[in-house]
Design a protein around this ligand. Structure first.
Ligand code: ZN
Length: 309
Protein backbone atom coordinates (compact mmCIF):
# COMPACT_ATOMS: atom_id res chain seq x y z
CA UNK A 1 0.00 0.00 0.00
CA UNK A 2 1.27 3.45 -0.85
CA UNK A 3 0.40 6.36 1.40
CA UNK A 4 0.81 9.93 0.16
CA UNK A 5 0.76 12.66 2.78
CA UNK A 6 -0.60 15.60 0.83
CA UNK A 7 -1.04 17.83 3.85
CA UNK A 8 -0.07 17.57 7.51
CA UNK A 9 -1.29 20.69 9.35
CA UNK A 10 -4.44 21.10 11.40
CA UNK A 11 -7.26 23.39 10.30
CA UNK A 12 -5.95 26.78 9.18
CA UNK A 13 -2.71 25.31 7.82
CA UNK A 14 0.74 26.63 8.65
CA UNK A 15 1.03 29.56 8.57
CA UNK A 16 -2.62 30.36 9.25
CA UNK A 17 -3.91 33.45 7.44
CA UNK A 18 -4.79 35.44 10.56
CA UNK A 19 -2.27 34.02 13.00
CA UNK A 20 0.73 35.92 14.29
CA UNK A 21 1.88 33.32 16.83
CA UNK A 22 5.59 32.72 17.29
CA UNK A 23 5.62 29.92 14.71
CA UNK A 24 3.57 31.71 12.04
CA UNK A 25 5.40 35.00 12.54
CA UNK A 26 8.86 33.37 12.34
CA UNK A 27 7.90 31.37 9.26
CA UNK A 28 6.71 34.49 7.44
CA UNK A 29 9.88 36.31 8.49
CA UNK A 30 11.98 33.52 6.98
CA UNK A 31 13.72 32.66 10.25
CA UNK A 32 11.76 29.53 11.22
CA UNK A 33 13.57 26.16 11.37
CA UNK A 34 10.72 24.10 9.97
CA UNK A 35 8.39 23.67 7.03
CA UNK A 36 5.09 25.28 6.03
CA UNK A 37 2.23 22.82 5.76
CA UNK A 38 -1.17 22.57 4.12
CA UNK A 39 -4.18 21.14 5.94
CA UNK A 40 -4.07 17.42 6.66
CA UNK A 41 -4.87 15.20 3.71
CA UNK A 42 -3.85 11.61 2.99
CA UNK A 43 -4.31 9.44 -0.12
CA UNK A 44 -3.85 5.66 -0.21
CA UNK A 45 -3.53 3.05 -2.95
CA UNK A 46 -2.89 -0.67 -3.02
CA UNK A 47 -1.87 -0.75 -6.69
CA UNK A 48 -0.54 2.74 -7.49
CA UNK A 49 -3.43 3.04 -9.91
CA UNK A 50 -6.66 3.42 -7.95
CA UNK A 51 -6.55 5.98 -5.15
CA UNK A 52 -8.69 6.82 -2.15
CA UNK A 53 -8.68 10.02 -0.16
CA UNK A 54 -8.93 9.96 3.61
CA UNK A 55 -11.16 13.00 4.15
CA UNK A 56 -11.21 16.01 1.84
CA UNK A 57 -9.26 19.04 3.07
CA UNK A 58 -9.96 22.66 2.14
CA UNK A 59 -6.56 22.61 0.32
CA UNK A 60 -7.46 19.58 -1.78
CA UNK A 61 -7.34 21.12 -5.26
CA UNK A 62 -3.73 22.31 -4.83
CA UNK A 63 -2.78 19.08 -3.03
CA UNK A 64 -3.99 16.98 -5.98
CA UNK A 65 -2.05 19.17 -8.41
CA UNK A 66 1.09 18.72 -6.30
CA UNK A 67 0.77 14.91 -6.51
CA UNK A 68 1.33 13.44 -10.02
CA UNK A 69 -0.17 10.05 -9.02
CA UNK A 70 -3.52 11.81 -8.63
CA UNK A 71 -3.57 13.52 -12.02
CA UNK A 72 -5.94 12.52 -14.87
CA UNK A 73 -4.48 9.94 -17.26
CA UNK A 74 -6.64 8.88 -20.17
CA UNK A 75 -9.94 10.46 -21.11
CA UNK A 76 -10.76 14.16 -21.39
CA UNK A 77 -12.38 13.87 -17.96
CA UNK A 78 -10.62 11.34 -15.75
CA UNK A 79 -9.30 10.80 -12.24
CA UNK A 80 -7.51 7.94 -10.48
CA UNK A 81 -9.45 8.92 -7.33
CA UNK A 82 -12.19 6.33 -6.82
CA UNK A 83 -13.40 7.36 -3.41
CA UNK A 84 -13.25 9.48 -0.28
CA UNK A 85 -13.58 8.07 3.23
CA UNK A 86 -14.80 10.63 5.78
CA UNK A 87 -13.83 10.27 9.44
CA UNK A 88 -15.90 13.24 10.62
CA UNK A 89 -18.00 16.13 9.36
CA UNK A 90 -15.52 18.79 10.53
CA UNK A 91 -15.11 21.54 7.95
CA UNK A 92 -11.41 20.66 7.64
CA UNK A 93 -12.40 17.14 6.59
CA UNK A 94 -15.24 17.85 4.17
CA UNK A 95 -14.69 21.26 2.54
CA UNK A 96 -12.52 19.69 -0.18
CA UNK A 97 -15.54 17.74 -1.46
CA UNK A 98 -16.71 21.00 -3.00
CA UNK A 99 -13.52 21.00 -5.09
CA UNK A 100 -14.54 17.60 -6.50
CA UNK A 101 -17.90 18.75 -7.88
CA UNK A 102 -16.98 18.70 -11.58
CA UNK A 103 -19.34 15.82 -12.45
CA UNK A 104 -16.73 13.11 -11.82
CA UNK A 105 -18.06 9.79 -10.46
CA UNK A 106 -16.59 8.60 -7.16
CA UNK A 107 -17.68 7.01 -3.89
CA UNK A 108 -18.05 8.76 -0.56
CA UNK A 109 -17.81 6.38 2.40
CA UNK A 110 -19.26 7.85 5.60
CA UNK A 111 -21.65 7.13 8.44
CA UNK A 112 -25.35 7.78 7.89
CA UNK A 113 -25.20 10.68 10.37
CA UNK A 114 -22.39 12.40 8.46
CA UNK A 115 -24.22 11.88 5.16
CA UNK A 116 -27.37 13.41 6.62
CA UNK A 117 -25.43 16.44 7.89
CA UNK A 118 -24.01 17.03 4.41
CA UNK A 119 -27.07 16.18 2.34
CA UNK A 120 -29.94 17.41 4.52
CA UNK A 121 -28.32 20.25 6.43
CA UNK A 122 -26.03 21.78 3.79
CA UNK A 123 -27.61 22.07 0.35
CA UNK A 124 -24.34 23.16 -1.29
CA UNK A 125 -23.27 19.48 -1.27
CA UNK A 126 -26.14 18.71 -3.67
CA UNK A 127 -23.64 19.84 -6.33
CA UNK A 128 -22.04 16.40 -5.92
CA UNK A 129 -25.23 14.83 -7.30
CA UNK A 130 -26.28 17.07 -10.18
CA UNK A 131 -26.23 14.17 -12.65
CA UNK A 132 -27.06 10.47 -12.12
CA UNK A 133 -23.51 9.15 -12.60
CA UNK A 134 -21.75 11.38 -10.11
CA UNK A 135 -21.14 10.65 -6.44
CA UNK A 136 -22.32 7.38 -4.86
CA UNK A 137 -22.80 7.66 -1.10
CA UNK A 138 -21.80 4.48 0.69
CA UNK A 139 -23.23 4.35 4.21
CA UNK A 140 -20.90 2.67 6.68
CA UNK A 141 -21.65 1.62 10.23
CA UNK A 142 -19.46 3.24 12.89
CA UNK A 143 -18.18 -0.20 13.92
CA UNK A 144 -17.71 -2.16 10.72
CA UNK A 145 -15.35 -3.44 8.02
CA UNK A 146 -15.71 -2.98 4.28
CA UNK A 147 -13.66 -3.13 1.07
CA UNK A 148 -12.94 0.08 -0.80
CA UNK A 149 -14.31 -0.21 -4.33
CA UNK A 150 -12.57 1.01 -7.45
CA UNK A 151 -14.49 2.50 -10.38
CA UNK A 152 -15.73 0.72 -12.44
CA UNK A 153 -16.80 -1.50 -9.55
CA UNK A 154 -14.16 -3.93 -8.39
CA UNK A 155 -12.23 -4.54 -5.21
CA UNK A 156 -9.27 -2.21 -4.84
CA UNK A 157 -7.35 -4.43 -2.43
CA UNK A 158 -7.86 -2.28 0.66
CA UNK A 159 -10.07 -3.38 3.53
CA UNK A 160 -11.06 -0.76 6.09
CA UNK A 161 -12.20 -1.23 9.66
CA UNK A 162 -13.73 1.79 11.31
CA UNK A 163 -14.67 2.42 14.92
CA UNK A 164 -16.02 5.32 16.94
CA UNK A 165 -13.55 7.70 18.60
CA UNK A 166 -15.99 10.35 19.78
CA UNK A 167 -19.56 11.53 19.91
CA UNK A 168 -19.45 15.26 19.30
CA UNK A 169 -20.64 16.81 16.05
CA UNK A 170 -19.15 20.09 14.79
CA UNK A 171 -20.51 23.41 16.04
CA UNK A 172 -22.23 24.13 12.71
CA UNK A 173 -24.58 21.15 13.26
CA UNK A 174 -27.68 22.47 15.03
CA UNK A 175 -28.70 21.00 18.35
CA UNK A 176 -32.03 19.90 16.88
CA UNK A 177 -30.33 17.99 14.08
CA UNK A 178 -27.71 16.57 16.40
CA UNK A 179 -30.49 15.02 18.52
CA UNK A 180 -31.67 13.04 15.47
CA UNK A 181 -28.19 11.61 14.77
CA UNK A 182 -26.34 8.62 16.14
CA UNK A 183 -23.76 10.17 18.44
CA UNK A 184 -21.10 7.49 17.93
CA UNK A 185 -21.20 8.27 14.18
CA UNK A 186 -19.56 11.64 14.80
CA UNK A 187 -15.87 10.70 14.75
CA UNK A 188 -14.19 7.57 13.39
CA UNK A 189 -10.78 5.96 13.55
CA UNK A 190 -9.71 3.94 10.52
CA UNK A 191 -7.51 0.88 10.11
CA UNK A 192 -6.74 0.31 6.43
CA UNK A 193 -5.40 -3.15 5.57
CA UNK A 194 -3.51 -3.79 2.33
CA UNK A 195 -3.74 -6.95 0.21
CA UNK A 196 -0.51 -8.07 1.89
CA UNK A 197 -2.12 -7.60 5.32
CA UNK A 198 -0.15 -4.51 6.28
CA UNK A 199 -2.13 -2.21 8.54
CA UNK A 200 -2.24 1.55 8.70
CA UNK A 201 -4.12 3.31 11.48
CA UNK A 202 -5.39 6.77 10.58
CA UNK A 203 -6.76 9.07 13.25
CA UNK A 204 -6.18 12.82 12.87
CA UNK A 205 -8.53 13.60 15.78
CA UNK A 206 -8.40 11.56 18.98
CA UNK A 207 -10.16 12.89 22.10
CA UNK A 208 -8.71 10.23 24.43
CA UNK A 209 -6.68 7.00 24.45
CA UNK A 210 -8.21 4.02 26.25
CA UNK A 211 -7.24 0.35 26.46
CA UNK A 212 -9.41 -0.72 23.54
CA UNK A 213 -7.76 1.85 21.29
CA UNK A 214 -4.31 0.78 22.48
CA UNK A 215 -5.18 -2.82 21.61
CA UNK A 216 -6.12 -1.85 18.07
CA UNK A 217 -2.98 0.22 17.62
CA UNK A 218 -0.70 -2.58 18.78
CA UNK A 219 -1.60 -4.46 15.58
CA UNK A 220 -0.75 -1.58 13.26
CA UNK A 221 2.39 -1.29 11.12
CA UNK A 222 1.96 2.45 10.59
CA UNK A 223 0.21 4.97 12.80
CA UNK A 224 -0.82 8.43 11.60
CA UNK A 225 -2.02 10.07 14.80
CA UNK A 226 -3.46 13.33 16.13
CA UNK A 227 -0.59 15.77 16.72
CA UNK A 228 -2.77 18.89 16.87
CA UNK A 229 -1.62 20.43 20.15
CA UNK A 230 1.51 20.09 22.24
CA UNK A 231 -0.21 21.12 25.48
CA UNK A 232 -3.78 21.26 26.71
CA UNK A 233 -3.79 25.06 27.18
CA UNK A 234 -1.81 25.88 24.02
CA UNK A 235 -4.47 28.01 22.29
CA UNK A 236 -5.42 29.80 25.50
CA UNK A 237 -1.80 30.83 25.98
CA UNK A 238 -1.51 32.12 22.40
CA UNK A 239 -4.90 33.86 22.22
CA UNK A 240 -5.48 34.75 25.85
CA UNK A 241 -8.79 32.85 25.83
CA UNK A 242 -10.53 29.95 24.15
CA UNK A 243 -10.82 26.19 24.57
CA UNK A 244 -8.40 23.58 25.80
CA UNK A 245 -7.11 20.88 23.44
CA UNK A 246 -9.28 18.29 25.18
CA UNK A 247 -12.37 20.51 24.94
CA UNK A 248 -11.72 20.64 21.19
CA UNK A 249 -11.47 16.85 20.99
CA UNK A 250 -7.69 16.47 20.81
CA UNK A 251 -5.47 14.68 23.30
CA UNK A 252 -2.33 16.84 23.65
CA UNK A 253 1.07 15.40 22.73
CA UNK A 254 2.87 16.30 25.97
CA UNK A 255 2.11 15.83 29.64
CA UNK A 256 1.40 12.95 31.97
CA UNK A 257 -1.84 12.13 30.12
CA UNK A 258 -0.58 13.11 26.66
CA UNK A 259 -0.19 10.87 23.63
CA UNK A 260 3.61 10.54 23.90
CA UNK A 261 3.23 8.85 27.30
CA UNK A 262 -0.02 7.03 26.52
CA UNK A 263 1.39 5.44 23.37
CA UNK A 264 4.95 4.89 24.63
CA UNK A 265 4.37 1.15 24.92
CA UNK A 266 3.56 0.70 21.22
CA UNK A 267 6.54 -1.11 19.72
CA UNK A 268 5.29 -2.31 16.34
CA UNK A 269 4.04 0.69 14.35
CA UNK A 270 6.03 3.46 12.77
CA UNK A 271 4.54 6.45 14.59
CA UNK A 272 3.88 9.72 12.80
CA UNK A 273 2.02 12.80 14.00
CA UNK A 274 -0.34 14.46 11.51
CA UNK A 275 -2.87 17.30 11.83
CA UNK A 276 -0.35 19.53 13.60
CA UNK A 277 -1.66 22.95 14.59
CA UNK A 278 0.39 26.01 13.59
CA UNK A 279 0.83 26.91 17.27
CA UNK A 280 2.43 23.55 18.14
CA UNK A 281 6.08 24.11 19.22
CA UNK A 282 7.14 20.69 17.87
CA UNK A 283 6.99 22.21 14.36
CA UNK A 284 10.20 24.06 15.26
CA UNK A 285 12.94 21.61 14.29
CA UNK A 286 15.49 23.44 16.45
CA UNK A 287 13.36 23.30 19.61
CA UNK A 288 13.31 20.95 22.59
CA UNK A 289 9.76 19.74 21.83
CA UNK A 290 10.79 18.42 18.42
CA UNK A 291 13.81 16.72 20.00
CA UNK A 292 11.59 15.14 22.66
CA UNK A 293 9.20 13.77 20.02
CA UNK A 294 12.05 12.28 17.99
CA UNK A 295 13.69 10.79 21.07
CA UNK A 296 10.38 9.07 21.82
CA UNK A 297 10.47 7.42 18.39
CA UNK A 298 7.92 9.64 16.68
CA UNK A 299 8.10 11.61 13.44
CA UNK A 300 6.21 14.79 12.52
CA UNK A 301 4.65 14.42 9.07
CA UNK A 302 5.55 16.82 6.28
CA UNK A 303 3.61 17.59 3.11
CA UNK A 304 4.81 15.49 0.19
CA UNK A 305 5.93 12.43 2.15
CA UNK A 306 5.33 9.20 0.29
CA UNK A 307 5.25 6.05 2.43
CA UNK A 308 5.26 2.39 1.37
CA UNK A 309 3.63 -0.23 3.55
ZN1 ZN B 1 0.13 30.56 14.21
Amino acid sequence: MRIEILGSAAGGGFPQWNCNCRNCHSLRAGVFRGKPRTQTQVAISNDDCTWFLLNASPDLRAQIEATPALHPRNAARDSPISGVLLTSSDIDQIAGLLSLRELQPFHIYCTLSIRRILQEGNSVFAMLNRVPDQVSWMDIDCDSSFCLQALPERGAGINCSVFSLGNRFPAYVSRDRSLTLKQEDALLGVIAVSSSCRRMAYMPAVPAVDDSLLERLEEADLLLFDGTFWSDDELIRVQGSGSTAREMGHIPVSGAEGSLRKLAGLRKPRKIFVHVNNTNPMLDESGPECAEVRAAGWEVAEDGWSLEL
